[in-house]
Design a protein around this ligand. Structure first.
Ligand SMILES: Nc1ncnc2c1ncn2[C@@H]1O[C@H](COP(=O)(O)OP(=O)(O)OP(=O)(O)O)[C@@H](O)[C@H]1O
Ligand SMILES: [Mg+2]
Length: 247
């Protein structure tokens, strides 16, 4: 689905941000890209959106080489990727509901189905009842939910959530993380960029750790391994495994 093949990227007058980065994402994956501030996580997202081009290497999305993509096909690429931006990019003078409507209109959604779809998305992200509030009236966690709502409105196969827990407390971060897992379990491939190491400890999905422009560590906690871990837990404590609601 997504291949980053020997990608290097530097900005004009800057150091190398990504140095020979190689990874693939398969449909249905939940991938967490970790690394300190400045490690290049957002740069990976912008390369994926073809907002930036690499200095070296190739990025292939659904068989399309982004080095060769025709300009008229870039909007189609971007429709495949819901991007929850680090700075939210929510329209401040529109309500939560209106923000979702705009995203659905941009995605070319059938206008007759929009009200039902908006309700569904609000419910999914946990913002039912908040649709008439303006972004400035939301808490940080709710704002993040609204941003995610907008980015998944057009049912993109891929969601890139850039630092979705950036300014949130631990409990709210875990809630947002749960929401991303829910979106993933509904079939969306999720890539999340974060410097939040507390989430990394949750041992869910695939982890790709960036340091000084390189991938220094990769771990995989997806289903088969999770099952074996859960089995181990069951052996220890038979009746307390409901903390993992991984259906
Ligand atoms: N437009 C730009 N021009 C020059 N340098 C840039 C530009 N954008 C990013 N950089 C530099 O590239 C490096 C990686 O930035 P990037 O935003 O990808 O990091 P990040 O891992 O997302 O960090 P954070 O966790 O703070 O969001 C940083 O050193 C940054 O200063
Ligand atoms: Mg960033």
């Amino acid at each position: 689905m997504i291949d980053f093949i020997h990608i290097s990227k530097s900005y004009p007058n800057g150091d190398i941000v990504l140095d020979d980065i190689d990874f693939s994402v398969s449909p249905g994956d939940f991938v967490i890209i970790t690394g300190k501030s400045g490690a290049g996580k957002t740069t990976i997202g912008r390369l994926l959106l073809r907002d930036l081009v690499p200095n070296k290497g190739r990025i292939v999305v659904d068989g399309e080489d982004l080095n060769k993509i025709k300009p008229q096909n870039i909007p189609l690429l971007r429709r495949k990727i819901g991007f929850a931006f680090q700075d939210f990019r929510i329209i401040p003078d529109k309500t939560v509901g209106e923000n979702i409507v705009v995203a659905l209109e941009v995605a070319g959604y059938d206008s007759k189905k929009i009200p039902t779809k908006v309700k569904h998305i609000l419910d999914l992200v946990g913002l039912s009842g908040k649709e008439d509030l303006f972004p400035g009236q939301l808490s940080g966690g709710e704002l993040q939910r609204a941003s995610i709502a907008r980015s998944i409105a057009g049912d993109p196969p891929i969601l890139f959530a850039d630092e979705p827990t950036g300014n949130l407390d631990k409990d709210t971060s875990v809630e947002i993380f749960d929401l991303l897992q829910k979106i993933n379990s509904d079939g969306t491939t999720v890539i999340m960029a974060t410097h939040d190491v507390t989430l990394i400890g949750l041992n869910i999905g695939r982890h790709i750790h960036l340091e000084k422009g390189k991938i220094v560590k990769e771990e995989d906690f997806t289903e088969s391994k999770k099952d074996s871990k859960r089995k181990d837990k069951n052996d220890e404590k038979e009746d307390t495994n409901e903390d993992k609601k991984i259906a």
